[in-house]
Every structure is written in C-alpha cells, then in structure tokens.
Ligand binder design. Structure first.
Ligand code: HEC
Ligand code: HEC
Length: 203
C-alpha cells in the first residue's frame, strides 16, 4: 500500500470516528476498564468464567472477539445473557474490549482429563475433518478462527450443538462440519479439546 492510500484510509476512518462521536451512545463515555468490570461478572475476575457454559475470553483472538460481539449485537448469534450486553456496546467499545481481552493471558482452568477411549474417539473426529486446518496446529486459533484448546468443556459442547442445530448462525462452514460429525462424538471432542494446553512459543 502506498503512503498516500494509507493516509486516505486513515482519513476516512477518522471521519467515521467523528460520525460516531456525533451520535454518542451512553456507554462510550466509559473506559475499557469500567466496561471490562461488567464482563468480569460472568467471564470471571481472573478470566475463569463463573459458569461452565460461559466461554473463556481472556487470551482469545482479537478479530474473533470483535466478530462475536458484533454478531450478538445484530442477532446472528443469540443468548439471553450476552445479547443485551452486546447491544449496549458501541463499535468503539467493542474494538477496545476485543483488544483488551486478547492481550490477557489464557487462564489455567481445572479441566477433566478424558478417558483413553474418549481421547481416541475425539482424535479420530478432529483428524478426519482436519479441524487444525483452520484452528491451527495446537488449536490455538488465528484471527477470526477462535482458540478452542483449553476452552470450557461444557461451553464447547453447547456451542458445537448450537452450530449443529442451527441456533448459532455465525458461520455456515462450522454448521456443515458439525452436522457431519456424529452427535455422540461431540462430548468426547469437547472434553478432549478442553484438556489441551497450548505450548509456549519458542522465539
Ligand atoms: C450476564 C453474563 C455475561 C456478561 C455480563 C458478559 N457475558 Fe459474554 N457471554 C456470556 C455467555 C453465557 C456467553 C456464551 C453465549 C452462548 O452460549 O452462545 C458469552 C459469550 C461471549 C463471547 C463469545 C466467546 C466465544 O468463544 O464465542 C464474547 C466475545 C463475550 N461473551 C464477550 C463479553 C464481553 C466483552 C463482555 C463485557 C462487555 C461480556 N461478554 C459480558 C455471558 C456474559
Ligand atoms: C474451514 C475452517 C474451519 C474448520 C475446518 C473448522 N472450524 Fe471451527 N470454526 C471456524 C471459524 C471461522 C469459527 C468461528 C465462527 C464464528 O465466527 O462464529 C469456528 C468456531 C468453532 C468453535 C466455536 C468456538 C467458540 O469459542 O465459540 C468450535 C468449538 C469449533 N469451531 C470447533 C471445530 C471443530 C471441532 C472442528 C473439526 C471437527 C472445526 N471447528 C473445524 C473455522 C473452522
């Protein structure tokens, strides 16, 4: 990209920001730390969610977080607890929150270790569909593809079923994939993914 076109993009982004300022929403006066306090009520003070069906968001991919907040706001994804929260957020709040949470360290959750049989079933499913082709080698995620290693097992099971039965409409590709997996295999897959750690990157 030339310097000039970068400047033009910057100028239009700035103009868009002014438009938002011209129509303020109540929450935009709040700092990201104030907003993050609201999130902590469910997603946990130290990143460990209060309920097993609430996902970890500390250390999740920034672009993925941003997409989900937007999808909750516009109704592509619906949840009684999360939808009203997203509806109260401005675009700037969402961007600031996505950056904030993506920079936090993924928490160390107490997870159950699946039985050897369940782990085998899970690996067969994960390899046959090549989940790592998108979710990366250690299921650590990348941009819009979420980290799924070490996520809460009950949440993983719930959301995979939501994709499968069409309640979660955020990505048709995941719906098609989940429909191709035998329903009974989803629980071992969720437990196995939840038990995985992402090895530290060697520089
Ligand atoms: C009242 C509880 C509650 C509060 C407060 C809350 N969340 Fe959530 N959040 C949830 C639940 C429950 C889900 C899972 C919804 C589902 O199953 O589809 C969720 C899902 C999410 C997801 C999707 C994660 C994923 O892996 O797909 C993101 C991102 C998120 N919340 C961010 C936030 C942010 C940022 C805040 C603060 C502004 C916040 N949440 C406040 C309950 C809450
Ligand atoms: C073609 C790429 C692709 C493949 C292959 C793929 N995924 Fe995904 N997956 C995605 C994307 C993109 C999302 C985010 C969808 C969205 O925006 O809601 C996602 C979301 C998910 C989520 C939701 C995570 C969360 O935090 O809510 C789970 C769980 C998941 N995938 C599991 C799997 C499993 C298990 C497999 C293999 C059976 C698989 N995926 C294969 C692209 C893929």
């Amino acid at each position: 990209m030339t310097k000039n076109s970068a400047c033009k993009i910057l100028a239009s982004v700035t103009a868009a920001a002014y438009l938002v300022v011209a129509f303020p929403v109540a929450s935009s006066a709040q700092s990201v730390d104030d907003l993050a306090q609201v999130c902590a009520g469910c997603h946990g003070e130290k990143g460990i969610p209060v309920d097993k069906t609430t996902p970890v968001i500390w250390g999740q991919k920034r672009d993925y977080i941003l997409n989900q907040l937007y999808d909750f706001k516009v109704g592509r994804r619906a949840n009684d607890l999360m939808t009203p929260v997203a509806q109260s957020l401005s675009k700037e709040d969402m961007q600031a929150l996505a950056t904030h949470f993506s920079k936090m360290a993924w928490p160390d959750l107490p997870q159950t270790t699946p039985s050897a049989d369940d782990a085998k079933t899970a690996r067969e499913v994960l390899n046959s569909v090549n989940c790592r082709g998108c979710h990366q080698a250690n299921y650590e995620g990348d941009t819009v593809r979420p980290r799924i290693a070490g996520q809460q097992d009950e949440y993983l099971l719930k959301t995979m079923n939501d994709f499968r039965n069409g309640d979660r409409k955020t990505y048709i590709g995941m719906t098609a994939l989940m429909k191709s997996v035998h329903e009974e295999a989803l629980k071992p897959v969720a437990e196995y993914l939840a038990s995985l750690k992402v090895p530290a990157r060697t520089k």
